[in-house]
Each structure stands twice: as structure tokens, then as C-alpha cells.
Design a protein around this ligand. Structure first.
Ligand code: PGA
Length: 249
């Protein structure tokens, strides 16, 4: 695990899943199942539609995050949701620049940077996702791509973000990046941030599960996880949170 002084963080990205009933049940189960994971910042990120319901079922230290936000504070922007609105709903965190938004919704580095600034201005902690595709890695461009994604954040990188290194090819793939690849890229992210005078927690995402969490925790510089599929299973997600807590002891 790396050390920035801040606690490790485990966030569950529920993506486009669930109902009011399942969001309530999952939030309550995660709150109950992570009571014995002290020292870990645990965040659940439901859809916008389920944020209020999840907020109503938060308990203990469990925190709430959104999966996206607008780069705008207010105005004629149909369909957008601002950072201030998320704060009002009880969010403390927000995922920004997830590869599904970069790839499926055309979000470029400039928009991701604007959203990161909007989140920080609203008082939210942005979990800024970076990562290369399989082709980019095969072409030897993983560092160049991730470096450019980080550089695009500009001064926002030094304002209290969390970086989620999520190689696109490992997301939803069932197989995470190899520990060596994770350790190398996390070291690179830290170096690139340090070159701008910034330090951030760097969490890993991409097919994190109970059966690979220990190998990933052993990697240098892994400050926690951003978890998709396994976060919909309360038992698996809580098991990972407890493993992170135990690893810190
Ligand atoms: P996964 O998703 O854990 O299902 O691979 C991770 C993510 O998309 O953040």
C-alpha cells in the first residue's frame, strides 16, 4: 500500500444497475458489513436516481458518491447534475472520467479536467479515472496515455483528488491487471503527479475480486480499489474492504 497520510479508499461503482429497493438493501448491507473495517474510507456510488435512497440508508462511516457530475454549476444545461446538487444529496465523492464515459460518451481530457475542477469547487472529492486501452498498451503507449490524462488535470491534480488507475482492458474482464503492471503504473502516476507538486491517493480498478485482492494489495503504491462488478455483491465488497483494513494493521 502507498502512503499519502490519507486512509485507503474502497469505492463501489454500481454503474447502471439496481432499483430503489436494491439500492436501499445494498447500502444497508455495506454499512453493516464494513463496521469492522476501521481506517478505510468506504464509498458507494449508485446512479443519480438512487442517491437519495442510498443517503437514507447510510450508517456509520459509510460515504456516498455519484458516478458523474456536470462541468457547469448551473444554467440551461438540460439533463445535467451539478456538484452542489450532489453535496445537497449527501455525496462526499464523485467518479470523474470513467473509461465508460470517455469511450461511450465521448468525454475528452479537457471535459474530465473541467468536471474535476467543478467537483473540487463544490467540495467533493473527485475519483479521477485514468487508464489505457489494450491497443494502447500493446503499442507501448500506456504511460504516454495515462501521463497525458494526468497532465490535462493541470492545477486540479494538487487540490485533493484521488486517482483511480483503471486499465480499460481489465474493466469487467474478469481478470485484473497483473500485480507487476499495477505496481509499475501506480509508481508512474505518483511520479507524474509529483512532477507537478501534487500527491494523491492512487487506487486500482479493473476486475478486483476477493480472489485477487490480496495479490493487488501487495503491490507498492495501491491505496485502495475502485470496484465495479463485485461491488454489487455486498458480501464480496465488504470482504474486500475488510482485507484492506487488515492489510493496514
Ligand atoms: P469492474 O469495474 O470491477 O467490474 O472491472 C471497475 C470499474 O469500472 O470501475
Amino acid at each position: 500500500m502507498g502512503a499519502t497520510g490519507a486512509p485507503p479508499l474502497v469505492a463501489g461503482n454500481w454503474k447502471l444497475h439496481g432499483s430503489l429497493a436494491s439500492a436501499a438493501a445494498l447500502t444497508a448491507a455495506v454499512a453493516a458489513g464494513t463496521r469492522d473495517a476501521p481506517g478505510v474510507e468506504v464509498v458507494v456510488c449508485p446512479t443519480f436516481a438512487h442517491l437519495q435512497c442510498a443517503a437514507d440508508h447510510l450508517d456509520g462511516a459509510l460515504k456516498l458518491g455519484a458516478q458523474d457530475l456536470s462541468d457547469r454549476a448551473e444554467g440551461a444545461f438540460t439533463g445535467e447534475v451539478s456538484g452542489a446538487m450532489l453535496v445537497e444529496l449527501g455525496c462526499s465523492h464523485v467518479i470523474v472520467g470513467h473509461s465508460e464515459r470517455r469511450q461511450l460518451r465521448g468525454e475528452d481530457d479537457a471535459l474530465v479536467a473541467a468536471k474535476t475542477r467543478a467537483a473540487l469547487d463544490a467540495g467533493l472529492t473527485p475519483l479521477v479515472c485514468v487508464g489505457e486501452t489494450a491497443d494502447e498498451r500493446a503499442g507501448g503507449r500506456a504511460r504516454a496515455v495515462v501521463g497525458a490524462q494526468l497532465d490535462a488535470l493541470g492545477d486540479a491534480a494538487a487540490r485533493g483528488i484521488v486517482v483511480a488507475y483503471e486499465p480499460v482492458w481489465a474493466i469487467g474482464a474478469g481478470r485484473s491487471a497483473a500485480p507487476g503492471e499495477v505496481g509499475e503504473m501506480h509508481a508512474f502516476v505518483r511520479e507524474r503527479l509529483a512532477a507537478r507538486g501534487a500527491a494523491a491517493r492512487v487506487v486500482y480498478g479493473g476486475s478486483v475480486k476477493p480472489d485477487n485482492m490480496n495479490a493487488l494489495l501487495e503491490c507498492d503504491g495501491v491505496d485502495g480499489f475502485l470496484i465495479g462488478g463485485a461491488s454489487l455483491d455486498a458480501a464480496a465488497f465488504c470482504q474486500i474492504c475488510r482485507a484492506v483494513a487488515d492489510f493496514r494493521k
